[in-house]
Write a protein that binds this ligand. Structure first.
Ligand code: PGA
Length: 248
């Protein structure tokens, strides 16, 4: 069975003070979380601090991105091996904000995914269509293209220890959530695409939903057969909301 995972993507938010308060708020409520894995993904600069604050808890740590390169003259980059040194389990790659604001291509995301896997970390590969692509009925074509770039680069075997997050771009930070039916349809498509190459991998891989997930809609989304948890942005910045999603 697939254990649900709820991961908080803090994006470019926080300060030493607010991050500390958020972690202690989450830790204080962890006793009500059952059978669900919880992870937080702070900005790089806070990874070490949050790692210390998480000591002795069951909460996993993740990074929001990593370099496509292993090392060398790449100013401003952070490698997967560095992230690994700081006790991370997960690394988000291909978030739509990286793809659309910073122009990351499918091939670039695939190189990052490979770096994460090469360093024995677990990638959370984000895929998702824009509103325009959905209106043009391109949703499945876009998701297939994003997945295929990674499959071509790393092979289906690399998905044996990976997570996929379906995040419709039109739902991220907009307050508009995909309906459980809309999300389930895409999640099932992702699973079927992987199943064409490896039935076992497709059955085991966890596929998270992300995009304005909040306590009020999390329960209905998570009830869908192919939705195995959530990647939470805005609502992960409030301990009560984040925990309420986790227990939904
Ligand atoms: P949101 O962000 O929950 O604020 O919509 C989700 C994400 O971008 O991962």
């Amino acid at each position: 069975m697939r254990q649900p995972l709820v991961a908080g993507n803090w994006k470019l938010n926080g300060s030493l003070e607010s991050v500390s308060a958020l972690v202690s708020g989450i830790r204080a409520q962890m006793s009500i979380v059952r059978d669900t894995e919880v992870a937080v993904c702070p900005p790089f600069i806070y990874l070490q601090h949050v790692r210390q604050l998480l000591k002795g808890s069951e909460i996993s740590l993740g990074a929001q991105d990593c370099s496509d390169q292993a090392e060398g003259a790449y100013t401003g980059e952070v490698s997967a091996s560095m992230i690994r040194e700081f006790g991370c389990t997960y690394v988000i790659v291909g978030h739509s904000e990286r793809r659309h604001i910073y122009g990351e291509s499918d091939a670039f995301v695939a190189a990052k995914f490979a770096q994460v896997r090469d360093n024995n970390l677990i990638p959370i590969l984000c895929v998702g269509e824009t509103l325009e692509e959905r209106e043009q009925e391109q949703t499945e074509a876009v998701i297939a293209r994003q997945l295929d770039a990674v499959l071509k680069h790393s092979g289906i075997g690399a998905f044996g220890n990976a997570i996929i997050a379906y995040e419709p771009v039109w739902a991220i930070g907009t307050g508009k959530t995909a309906t459980p039916g809309q999300a389930q349809q895409v999640h099932a498509f992702v699973r079927s695409r992987l199943k064409e190459q490896d039935e076992r991998v497709s059955g085991l891989i966890r596929i998270l939903y992300g995009g304005s997930m909040k306590p009020e809609n999390a329960g209905a989304l998570m009830q869908e057969e192919d939705i195995d948890g959530g990647l939470i942005g805005g609502a992960s910045l409030k301990a009560e909301d984040f925990i309420a999603i986790t227990t939904a």
